[in-house]
Design a protein around this ligand. Structure first.
Ligand code: BG6
Length: 512
């Protein structure tokens, strides 16, 4: 497991090169996601020779920008986020394939102009009519963009493929998710819809299934007979940043729970698929969502703790409370923290609690999933003062990607004393190649047409429907039903989240 234990040097897994020519049209190109994530990821794919030369990227947004200004803006961000110093020559070559056009999202005439621009660039860059439309705008613009893609004929595939990529959130509740989906389906069939949940593109998240199903020793004990409970923590130090306009209307349940948190839960809980492909893997995830025990408002409020950060300190710097962040409503009831106890009522998991928590402005950034096994019988040690702690298998998703299995050892000496130790596998020390960033991975898969790492509408609808009573809690006029607990920025979140476990005689493993 550790580097020392391995006798062979780590194998290299080639990254698939993209041979197919393509273009990506990014709506919302003047926004943050484009500059921070999409362009830097595409540039890294280009510098690592994963993209072939026949591609171009056309940014579209409301602002008037020249190609040059767009290249400069995205170049600065790519430089900032780059692991190495920006290779100027490569950037020049890459940015020669980067274009910008202003668009009015609600004006179909501008989409017709866009169509002409795309055709002209396709001829020049020989991209063979393979088109990807990436919606990186605020979600309230999705439907009008889709409608105008349809009305302008851009959604049709004449020669190559035409795909649509949509960033979460997919709706803000069950009804709006269904409505959004219906409008996409008017112009794009399901096999052309790529709904991004970037957590699924993380190397450590993908590894959960490989770890479970490519090893024979874990799966037989991966069930209610051996596991006592499961914890999933995604802790962030960042606050709402400059996204209050979106976040204040969404909150943590829509921003993190409906998607990233429940996707992690599904990967831990699902049954082995018959085949490792997009149909079978996603079928099994959906079965987990079907088996999640539904809560009504009362049972939901007993199993859910919501919080909102107040002012405090992160890494020695004073930071504002949520209500004082620019753009939030001073009386906002938007939760920035949620902890929830969930049950999955199926053969494998009946009676086993899954405790999930995530929040902003916590003490440290860490995402971890831990499986807590049942305690070994300690009857035979009754004459010794040994305390047996249960085995724990932990997947540290980020920032230090690791897998750790804890177990008991005898402390050397004449007495019988036990100590917990860990068997640890670290990606950084074992694998020398840099993992693909989550966005790089999902962008590759989108061009290759592989939907395994993208979420499907049936799963989305089930997760919204499960969360419905929780979403109503902050919005309900019946104040007695809920409380949003304040917590200091830089702390470990509201104390009440500890009580969620303490009342079951358990504790959070991670002291975030
Ligand atoms: C995004 C959320 O989907 O995920 C953000 O909208 C959150 O609020 C982010 O900060 C966390 O992603 P990561 O990859 O930094 O853990």
């Amino acid at each position: 497991m550790s580097k020392q234990a391995s006798t062979k040097s780590p194998p290299v897994c080639e990254i698939e090169s993209i041979n197919e020519p393509f273009c990506i049209v990014i709506f919302g190109a003047s926004g943050d996601l484009t500059s921070r994530k999409l362009i830097p990821s595409l540039f890294r794919l280009y510098t690592n020779n994963i993209l072939n030369d026949n591609f171009f990227i056309l940014g579209a947004a409301r602002s008037n920008l020249s190609n040059e200004a767009f290249r400069q803006k995205t170049g600065e961000w790519t430089d900032k986020g780059n692991k190495d110093i920006l290779d100027r020559k490569k950037w020049e070559a890459f940015s020669g394939r980067l274009f910008y056009t202003a668009i009015a999202y609600d004006d179909v005439r501008t989409f017709k102009t866009l169509a002409k621009r795309i055709s002209a660039l396709e001829k020049k860059h020989k991209t063979g009519c393979n088109r990807i439309f990436h919606l990186a705008t605020p979600p309230n613009l999705y439907e009008v963009i889709i409608e105008n893609l349809g009305a302008s004929g851009l959604a049709e595939s004449k020669k190559g493929f035409t795909r649509i990529v949509i960033e979460k959130p997919f709706g803000r509740d069950l009804e709006s998710a269904k409505k959004l989906n219906a409008s996409i389906l008017r112009y794009f069939s399901e096999d052309r819809i790529f709904r991004i949940d970037h957590y699924l593109g993380k190397e450590t998240v993908q590894n959960i299934l490989l770890f479970r199903f490519a090893n024979s020793i874990f799966e037989p004990i991966w069930n209610r007979n051996f596991i006592d409970h499961v914890q999933i923590t995604v802790a962030e130090t960042l606050g709402v940043e400059h996204r209050a306009g979106y976040y204040d209307k969404s909150g943590v349940l829509r921003d993190m729970f409906q998607n990233h948190m429940l996707q992690l839960l599904a990967l831990i809980a699902m049954e082995p698929p018959n085949l490792f492909d997009s149909i079978h893997v996603r079928n099994e995830k959906v079965k987990v969502f079907q088996a999640v025990r539904a809560y009504d408002s009362d049972s939901m409020s007993g199993n859910l703790v919501l919080g909102q950060y107040a002012r405090g300190e992160i890494d020695g710097n004073r930071v504002a409370g949520y209500k004082d962040e620019p753009g939030t409503d001073p009386g906002s009831l938007t939760p920035t923290y949620a902890a929830m106890k969930i049950f999955i009522d199926n053969w494998r998991w009946q009676g086993i609690p899954f405790y999930l928590r995530t929040g902003k402005r916590l003490k440290r950034k860490i995402s971890e999933i831990s499986l807590h096994f049942k305690t070994a019988p300690d009857h035979m040690f009754r004459n010794f003062p040994v305390g047996i702690t249960p085995n724990v298998l932990s997947f540290i998703i980020q920032p230090d990607e690791e897998i750790i299995l804890s177990f008991q050892t005898k402390i050397p000496g004449s007495k019988v004393c036990l100590s917990e130790v860990g068997m640890q596998f670290s990606y950084k020390t074992h694998y020398s190649s840099l993992p693909l960033d989550a966005y790089e991975r999902v962008l590759i898969d989108c061009v290759l047409g592989d939907q395994l790492l993208f979420v499907r509408q049936d799963g989305i609808e089930l997760t919204w429907s499960f969360l419905a009573p929780a979403l109503q809690i902050p919005e309900s006029s019946e104040k007695s039903l809920f409380r949003i607990h304040g917590y200091r920025a830089g702390s470990r979140g509201p104390r009440e989240a500890d009580r969620l476990l303490n009342k079951d005689k358990r504790e959070w493993k991670l002291n975030i």
